[in-house]
Design a protein around this ligand. Sequence first.
Ligand SMILES: [Zn+2]
Length: 276
Amino acid sequence: MLKMVFTVDVEDWFCSPQLPLSDWEGKELRLEQPIRQILELLDGNEATGTFFVLGWIAERKPDLIKEIHRRGHEIASHGYAHRLVSDQSPKQFQHDIRTSKAILEHIIGEKVYGYRAPCFSMVDWGLDLLAEEGFVYDSSLMPSSSNALYSKFREATQAGQSSFKITERLWEIPLPVCRMGGIAVPWGGGGYFRLYPYPVFQAGARRILKNNGSFVFYIHPSDLDGGQPRIFNTSWLNGFRRYYGLRKSSAKIKHLLSDYTCVSIHHSYPHLRGCH
Ligand SMILES: [Zn+2]
């Protein structure tokens, strides 16, 4: 069976750069149920995953993070407050990644080595700071121009490789794109996974795996949460992109897990564990 890397960005339905941190307090935390659903699906298929956890969420749900870890999955960082890297000063970013790393390491009692930028918004200077703070890999490169937020950093041209050394002390695990008529279409998961019918997704994934030898899938708890408050549907198109296919996601993930051997980043890239 073909192998796929399975990742989850552990945040809740309101953790958006559109909503300042001060507005998060008091919002209903809904992620536990979809996370448990994902954990059951992974367990049922003897699969493992990498969970990129937001520090703000970890502070409020430490037992859930401990349980994910206890069930054999990798805990990595998604930063603390889900602010775009490009919206922060280097000092603010350093504080954000340092804080979230410390919170996660305190909860699981182990080192955390991986990082994913909110909305894949990594920038050049952020990579150097990641290495300085002890991260060994980044998984934020979405080599597509379909969204202005997506990472534009110096090694972006190397996309198409399953992993590569991006700085002296940091590896990059890029997200997959499917090339169609010269356009790089994001194919890794999240809203794209909800939008594409499963057979279409599957055909693209197979093509990417054949060309690159690797496929990094990602999903959010809110991608499975059909009952979430719909506060972000400011336009028809945005609402469609954000909320389409929520109720079918779990069945599609089940399909994916039976079609591929899914593993965490640690499992797939053992050299990224622990040393520079
Ligand atoms: Zn996120």
